[in-house]
Design a protein around this ligand. Structure first.
Ligand code: ADP
Length: 882
């Protein structure tokens, strides 16, 4: 009785392992050994080598079986939950666990000659999501950062390394919020947080944290490690940045390994050098991922025509870090303009496709982790680099010139790889056959020897057949018994006397001879010698390539940038984008702007373009009214996306755009309940609003959509109104304020820099048609019922709503500004009618009258009371006359 996994296990000879393991448990306690090793890596999944399998136990087994979708069994003796994967194909399983954000500790058997009883075991590798460069684990178009956070005198130091590409960046953030923002923008796979972070520790919860023991956090040791690798540090880096970078380095050396020739020295950057789009806005705008968490439907997906993974990563990073430096923006624009008119087909596309993920390939080679096939890929990529360099050689814009200059096809290195690596190399050098014939005399000699020995064996076989007259005699080889002569039972009596019996099978007998033994020794030593020599030569080659890691990494980066620029140019041309004028002014002026993603999803000509004119002097706050579904939030988003694209250096979907630099974009778009945190929509909305008010500066662009929707109409209107006033009176930010409260349009009469825009709507026999056009002026009404009709509510319901609306519109506001229900049609109870009939002042008058005790009034008091009460009635009469 056993399950499919167990059956497969037994087929592979696993029974022997089970037997051996069971014996071991009885005497020495395998589980005890497991537990003592597991204790050292509490936050990693322990892959515990047991014969041909890596086994996982207890919680690790339960977790891994779920993620890997493998069967969970239990060890009969201890009842311990157990699952396992074959050791020789463990990599994909490890990759899957890492992708799910887990760490894996690999524990191997380490027997010695003296081993008796329980097999000694120890952890040989800890693999973590932030310290890998294996294709199986990485996402091609995403960076794979490991980040380190350390407290600094003013805020926090943050170091981030992507060991797959060698990128290493450090910065300082002023407070916990900006640190968290930056972490969310980077999206590290793993974060090492210093122990002394205080309150911040709680706010980091939910992020992929790794706890390190205190020895790592010795700042001096960390900084020294950095100096040792990269030489004297850049004086602009603070001691905390150096320490953070050093911790990252030490951790990488421990987990990934010390070979990192591709790692660049830490580069200083500041979040304030880039247009800040906070996490909430980034999500609203669907910059690099859409609301479903994938690239599909994001701005990135529309702009991405890249051919290489490095190109795609560059594009994503440009969108996440739009520039504030006009000159740098111009450089990208010039390049795109030049490429716009160029023919990007043919050779450039082909060369880029062949380059593949050169950046990560270089990382694999420089960390000595690459196999022979990756070296071959590198050679092909470098050959393509040569073509790319000549294709880009003729361009004159600075950025293209710089990139082309950075491209180094390293012809000598290509020659070296071509000479050393065979045309169809195996996965690893140990598999044999990696080294090209003629490259190394030693390899050729050993190969000849083993080849020769084989023909000697063949000759021996023929000779023995003749000598024994057994036509079926064979010389064979297996792992356990080596070479042998096999004679079937039927011919056994003809076995010569000098044959030594080696093994007996059911139908045959296996023998050896002194001559065969000697041959075997020669063959095996030639083969193992060959393996060793090939491995050694290959490693030498990897080191030789690593010596060029700097030039290779520069080349790879330049190819990625060219790819990204070519992609932007191609999309600009295909979709009719224009080069925006970027200046230091404050006005934003866009003619015929389009929403890049929506436009891409519609048929040509279906998207209705819209203009924008906004500036802090005259038109600071644009109040956009119009019914739901009219296109308000699309308009808001398109403005933000155009600004971001422009500052990323891209062309923009418009016929003309002049844009004064924006340094922060805030959005409050759409109402999303954050149920996870148990907060109501309204609370979230107000919290976000508070957050963005706190951050507004004079170069900010603020997009507000439907503020105050999550509460009662009048609360909402009141908040929206006072918010608009506040923004106008107290800030210089440029603001787009979309609302379905058309009452707000009155604000334009009171505040000079508030301008009304509305979404044009055509009424057509009781229906509305959305024109999707933004026009000057205020919407006359909300068209809610028409929208409800469009949405397919039943006719009767719509009819009744119209009737009620009609009644409401004919009614007046009471003293509270509350609309009265329809006269004579009120269906409310007596109380509702009372509420309807009396204003609060009148109600107070009635109450006062009721509570009056005439016996206790002095004549003067009685007179005063009477005149007050009659004044209330007078006011009412007056109102009714009006
Ligand atoms: P609102 O914010 O006013 O409720 P949306 O911006 O969500 O409206 O737009 C509603 C729908 O109208 C969008 O999903 C889109 O399909 C369409 N739409 C919006 N703007 C345009 C436009 N300029 N051209 C074409 N279709 C548009």
């Amino acid at each position: 009785m056993c399950g499919p996994r167990a059956r497969a296990f037994l087929r592979r000879g696993g029974w022997a392992v089970i037997l051996a393991a069971n014996v071991a448990i009885k005497t020495t306690g395998l589980i005890a050994q497991y537990l003592s090793i597991k204790q050292k890596v509490p936050d990693a999944i322990l892959f515990f080598r047991l014969g041909d399998f890596y086994e996982m136990f207890f919680e690790d087994a339960e977790l891994a079986s779920r993620i890997l979708d493998i069967q969970l069994t239990s060890r009969s003796r201890e009842g311990a939950p157990l699952c396992g994967v074959p050791y020789h194909s463990a990599e994909p399983y490890i990759a899957k666990l890492l992708r799910a954000g887990h760490k894996v500790a690999v524990c191997e058997q380490t027997p010695t000659a003296a081993t008796r009883g329980l097999m000694p075991r120890q952890i040989v590798r800890i693999i973590t999501p932030g310290t890998v460069n294996d294709e199986l684990v990485l996402s091609a178009d995403e960076k794979n950062y490991l980040s380190v956070v350390l407290p600094a005198p003013e805020g926090f130091a943050l170091a981030s390394v992507d060991v797959s590409t060698g990128e290493f960046r450090v910065t300082q953030l002023g407070n916990a919020s900006s640190l968290l923002e930056e972490l969310r923008r980077l999206g590290p796979r793993e974060i090492l947080a210093a122990p002394q972070l205080g309150d911040l520790a709680d706010r980091l919860a939910g992020l992929p944290l790794t706890r390190l023991d205190d020895s790592y956090w010795d700042s001096r040791r960390a900084a020294e490690a950095l100096t040792q690798r990269f030489g004297p540090p850049n004086p602009a880096l603070s001691p905390e940045m150096l320490a953070a970078g050093g911790v990252a380095l030490l951790y990488l050396e421990q987990t990934f390994g010390a070979e990192m020739a591709h790692l660049r020295p830490p580069e200083l950057y500041r979040a304030s050098q880039y247009l800040q789009v906070d996490e909430v806005s980034r999500a609203h705008l669907e910059l690099v991922v859409s609301s479903d968490g994938t690239r599909k439907g994001s701005l990135f997906s529309v702009l991405d025509q890249t051919r290489t993974a490095a190109g795609a990563r560059t594009l994503a990073s440009w969108l996440l870090y739009p520039l504030l430096d006009i000159d740098a923006i111009h450089r990208r624009q010039d390049a795109i303009e030049e490429l716009f008119d160029a023919d990007l087909g043919g050779s450039i596309t082909a060369a880029l496709s062949q380059i593949g993920d050169l950046e990560r390939l270089v990382g694999r080679v420089a960390s000595l982790k690459a196999g022979p096939r990756e070296c071959l890929k590198l050679r092909l990529a470098l050959e393509a680099v040569g073509e790319l360099k000549s294709a880009f050689g003729g361009f004159r814009s600075r950025e293209l010139e710089r990139c082309a200059a950075d491209l180094d096809p390293l012809p000598d290195l290509v020659g070296q790889i071509a000479a050393a690596v065979s045309d169809e190399p195996p996965m690893t050098a140990r598999d044999g056959g990696a080294i090209r014939p003629g490259y190394d005399a030693g390899v050729d000699e050993l190969r000849a020897l083993s080849l020769d020995a084989r023909s000697v064996i063949a000759r021996l076989e023929a000779r023995e057949r003749e000598r024994t007259s057994i036509g079926s005699l064979k010389v064979r080889y297996n792992q356990v018994f080596g070479y042998y002569l096999e004679i079937t039972k039927a011919h056994l009596e003809r076995a010569p006397a000098d044959y030594e019996r080696k093994q007996t099978l059911v139908g045959a007998e296996r023998f050896t001879t002194p001559e065969l033994k000697e041959l075997e020794r020669k063959i095996l030593s030639a083969e193992s010698g060959l393996k060793e020599l090939e491995t050694e030569l290959f490693l030498k080659l990897l080191r030789a390539i690593s010596a060029h890691a700097g030039a290779l990494a520069r080349t790879a980066r330049a190819a990625g940038e060219l790819d990204c620029l070519a992609s932007l140019a191609q999309v600009a041309r295909r979709r009719g984008y224009v080069r925006p004028i970027i200046n230091t002014g404050a006005a934003l002026s866009i003619a015929d702007g389009r929403h890049p993603v929506l436009e891409a999803n519609l048929k040509r000509g279906e998207f209705v373009p819209n203009d924008l004119e906004i500036d802090p002097e005259e038109r600071q706050l644009l109040l956009i009214t119009g019914p739901n579904m009219a296109g308000k939030s699309t308009y808001l988003r398109q403005v933000a996306l155009i600004v971001i694209m422009a500052q990323a250096g891209s062309f923009v979907p418009a016929t003309r755009a002049t844009l004064g630099l924006v340094d922060r974009i805030f959005t409050r778009i759409g109402a999303r309940d954050d149920l996870r945190r148990g907060e109501s929509t309204f609370m979230v909305e107000m919290r976000e609003t508070a957050r963005l008010l706190a951050g507004l500066g004079e170069r900010s662009l603020l997009l507000l959509d439907e503020v105050g929707r999550g509460t009662s109409t009048f609360d909402g209107l009141a908040i929206a109104w006072s918010l608009a006033e506040y923004l106008h009176d107290r800030t210089q930010a440029r603001i787009l304020f979309a609302t379905h409260f058309h009452e707000l349009t009155d604000l334009a009469r009171e505040r000079p820099r508030v301008k009304n825009l509305c979404m044009a709507v055509r009424e057509w026999g009781g229906d509305v048609v959305f024109l999707r056009q933004v026009v000057e002026g205020a919407a006359s009404r909300s068209y809610g019922i028409e929208v409800a009709k469009l949405a397919g509510l039943p006719d009767g319901l719509i009819l009744r709503a119209r009737e009620i609306l009609n009644n409401l519109e004919q009614g007046e506001l009471d003293a509270n500004g509350m609309p009265r229900l329809a006269r004579g049609r009120s269906r409310g109870g007596a109380q509702a009618r009372q509420m309807d009939l009396f204003s609060p002042a009148e109600r107070r008058a009635i109450d006062e009258l009721k509570a009056l005790d005439p016996d206790r009034l002095t004549p003067i008091e009685a007179l005063n009371t009477l005149s007050r009460l009659s004044a209330v009635l007078e006011r009412r009469e007056k109102r009714e006359e009006e």
